[in-house]
Design a binder for this molecule. Structure first.
Ligand SMILES: Cc1cc2nc3c(=O)[nH]c(=O)nc-3n(C[C@H](O)[C@H](O)[C@H](O)COP(=O)(O)O)c2cc1C
Length: 271
């Protein structure tokens, strides 16, 4: 089977799951590639979807919905009869409720058939502190779940997450968050520790950050994905009023290559 995974990830959780899925497909002798969604939106990659048997779409839950970049990506998909699976990462299972309902709907209109859907509760990338033990525990549970999901996808076992009640209300809340993200776009700032290395500008998925004459500028197209804040090597990026929403410090997931062979990561009972 040829599997193409297209994923968006702000702070690395979703791309970590994409990596495990791909790895697991390859262990089963299947062909798998995964690409960042923004590479398609910025025309760096134009996949030929007919070359692939199944497409995977992954994203982080933002305000109980998918980030707007996912909806922008869906607009680029050609209509065709093709199988696909969805996966999303969130900081909790509670507040990740309706985030795939609209995506499923748009995909069905284009002719795509949902084969599998999975939520991964990863360490949250916002609010409070992320203790290393909790980060590791959640990540390890997700590794087991991703391996199981990969096997289910290959075996054609269907999995669909039930839709929550009050979907309309959830999407109204998500709409507010998207509006808030745009409104807060220009309130990002850098302090004097900034070395103008340009990493934030290079990595921003919406090209919202530019480096002009050595100065970092933020425009008004932020997704609130936190990638710039998370990855700044000198921790120079902050926000005028969103600080209470941030983690105290970004965390690093354990290196998958280092831990992948641990015996308990093959055991479904660890879930
Ligand atoms: C703007 C924003 C909104 C979020 N909203 C939710 C939410 O509604 N429910 C939830 O469980 N997690 C929420 N999270 C946490 C992320 O979904 C979670 O940490 C995810 O794994 C991040 O994935 P990434 O590292 O691939 O960006 C939110 C994070 C951000 C930055």
């Amino acid at each position: 089977m040829r599997i193409l995974i297209i994923q968006f990830s702000g702070t690395g959780n979703t791309s970590a799951i994409a990596n495990i899925l791909c790895d697991e497909f390859q262990v089963h002798q299947e062909t798998c590639e995964f690409i960042p969604m923004e590479d398609i939106l910025q025309a760096r990659i134009s996949p030929n979807y007919s070359d692939w048997d199944i497409i995977g779409i992954g994203f982080p839950v933002h305000a109980m919905d998918a980030p707007i970049i996912v909806y922008d990506f869906l607009k680029t998909l050609p209509a065709m009869r093709k199988d696909y699976f969805l996966f999303k990462t969130a900081g909790s299972s509670f507040a990740s409720a309706g985030s795939t309902f609209r995506i499923r709907d748009s995909m069905a209109k284009l002719g795509y058939r949902l084969k599998h859907e999975q939520l991964y509760v990863m360490p949250p990338n916002s609010f409070g502190t992320a203790k290393p033990a909790k980060v590791e525990k959640r990540y390890e549970k997700c590794i087991v779940l991703a391996r199981q999901s990969a096997s289910e996808i290959l075996a054609g076992i269907r999995n669909k997450i039930a839709d929550p009640p009050l979907r309309g209300l959830l999407y109204a809340f998500a709409g507010l968050e998207k509006y808030g993200a745009v409104q807060s776009s220009k309130h990002w700032k850098v302090n004097s520790d900034c070395t103008s290395c340009g990493l934030c500008a290079k990595q921003c998925p919406t090209q919202n950050i530019t480096l002009e004459n050595g100065n970092i500028r933020f425009a008004d197209d932020c997704l609130l994905c936190l990638r710039c804040w998370w990855n700044c090597p000198v921790r120079a990026i902050s926000h005028s009023f969103l600080k209470p929403f941030f983690l105290r410090e970004p965390y690093q997931l354990p290196d998958y290559k280092q831990i992948q062979d641990k015996e308990h990561l093959y055991n479904k009972d660890t879930l």
